[in-house]
Design a protein around this ligand. Structure first.
Ligand SMILES: [Zn+2]
Length: 448
């Protein structure tokens, strides 16, 4: 467990740290450390990034632990003692890995971390070395000034989020749950960014729910034989029919509470009419956000891979396909019941990857602390909860009993297609947005 060291502000060795001034540099440094994760456990790993983070935390008196789940797959955990350690602790988590890139597509090299046109550029600038840098900068300034958070704060910088957290959050939750003792709430990625309504007003989308994940391999088994003969048990035919049924299925609208609050608040702010029985009309007016929000109105299942056979005149005994299924919080059972009907009796399914959906209410002191911190730095801020169609490390930490939110606060320029930059090319984050983020996080930590 990390130490409980809280530096004494009177100690002379601690030089002043200004989070706003150093955050872009920290983000640049982290981007320059290659921590790409293709999901095959064969990349550079997160070790170098973890050592960088641990050093930055140790400089301000913390005792971070580097925990390796496999060779170079490194996580960092540290605990900051709060004013009142009898209260439940708060977890701040960020992942250190990034998805791969094709450098030829980029304007600036994705590992350059270059600061140009007012932005920090590179893989991870948005997902999520930006937030890693903001957490580091805020914690460093606060500790250098001897400012404790009101309660214990645990910091976790994780490996492997981009491949499901097997070597990161899932592993920490399984093998090192003692490091998270007392943590009842968590703050992580994909939320807190602004969407401009007009000159004066901005929505800040705070993630309060995530869809569940079901990546499945389907297998049809039939009777192998000569392609010239009659065969009523053809595995390819059987599988193709099941894949067609799944791909064409129209999943019913399912209004979950987070999506409903999001739609009500957003429609109200934009002056749009909202019919909860036909929300797609409202969603269609949300611009680039429609991609993200539209996927949270129903369960989905998309066929993604097909494999069968080896010669034109041989009927193979088996045929397989992969399906990417996503289910809403509260609708997992319905999802699989429907899916099994669509599969039919002759096609089986197994999981390639399966993880839970999560959802927490948008109320309570922590939600107020986020909304108040945003409002203090942006008087035109309206905090709204939303459901993420993908998944984050929050799923793993929720297994330890934490409720969590995506809150990496950034005030963004109106014309930046932010959601399009996750895993996209020319990923970049405005320096001003980072500075805004550390001010918000600092206030948030005062009020947490
Ligand atoms: Zn991420």
């Amino acid at each position: 467990m990390g130490g409980d060291a809280v530096p004494n502000p009177e100690e002379p060795h601690m030089t002043a740290i200004n989070a706003e001034d150093e955050v872009a540099g920290l983000c640049r440094d982290l981007i320059r450390i290659d921590s790409t994760n293709a999901g095959d456990n064969a990349g550079p790993g997160e070790r170098a990034a973890a050592e960088y983070v641990a050093e930055k935390l140790a400089e301000v008196g913390l005792e971070p632990q580097i925990l390796e789940s496999d060779d170079r797959r490194a996580n960092v955990v540290a605990r900051i003692a709060g004013e009142d350690s009898s209260r439940d602790a708060l977890l701040l988590h960020g992942h250190l890995d990034v998805v791969p890139f094709d450098a030829g597509d980029w304007t600036l090299h994705p590992l350059s971390g270059e600061i140009a046109d007012g932005c920090v550029w590179g893989r991870g600038a948005v997902d999520m070395k930006d937030m890693d840098a903001m957490i580091l900068a805020v914690v460093r300034q606060r500790l250098s000034e001897g400012r404790r958070p009101p309660r214990d704060v645990v910091l976790a910088f994780t490996a492997d989020e981009e491949a499901g957290g097997t070597y990161g959050a899932q592993w920490l939750a399984d093998k090192h749950r003692d490091l998270f003792d007392g943590c009842s709430e968590a703050i992580g990625e994909v939320g807190g960014f602004s969407v401009t309504i007009d000159e004066r007003r901005r929505l800040y989308l705070i993630e309060a729910a995530e869809k569940g994940i079901a990546w499945m391999r389907l297998t049809a088994t039939g009777r192998a034989g000569h392609g010239s003969m009659l065969n009523a048990e053809n595995a390819v035919t059987e599988l193709a029919e099941a894949v067609g049924r799944i791909g064409r299925h129209e999943w019913p609208l399912r209004m979950t509470r987070t999506v409903e609050v999001f739609l009500r608040e957003t429609a109200g702010a934009l002056g749009l009419e909202l019919d909860l029985d036909d929300p797609e009309r409202t969603v269609a007016e949300l611009g680039p956000l429609a991609r993200m929000i539209g996927a949270t109105l129903r369960n989905t299942a998309n066929p993604t891979m097909l494999e069968a056979g080896y010669k034109a005149n041989v009927i193979p005994q088996t045929a397989t396909a992969h399906v990417d299924g996503r289910f809403l919080p509260g609708y997992e059972e319905e999802f699989f019941a429907t899916l099994d009907e669509l599969l039919g009796p002759n096609v089986t399914r197994e999981f390639v990857y399966h993880d839970i959906a999560v959802e927490t209410g948008f109320e309570g002191p922590l939600v107020r602390a986020m909304a108040d911190a945003l409002l203090a730095e942006d008087p035109g801020a309206l905090a709204v909860p939303y459901t993420l169609s993908g998944g984050t490390d929050l799923k793993a930490f929720s297994r330890l009993g934490m409720r969590g939110f995506g809150f990496a606060p950034l005030r963004l320029p109106a014309d930046l297609d932010f959601s399009g930059m996750f895993h996209g090319i020319d990923e970049r984050v405005p320096v001003d947005s980072l500075r805004f983020g550390v001010r918000v996080l600092d206030r948030f930590l005062d009020g947490c």
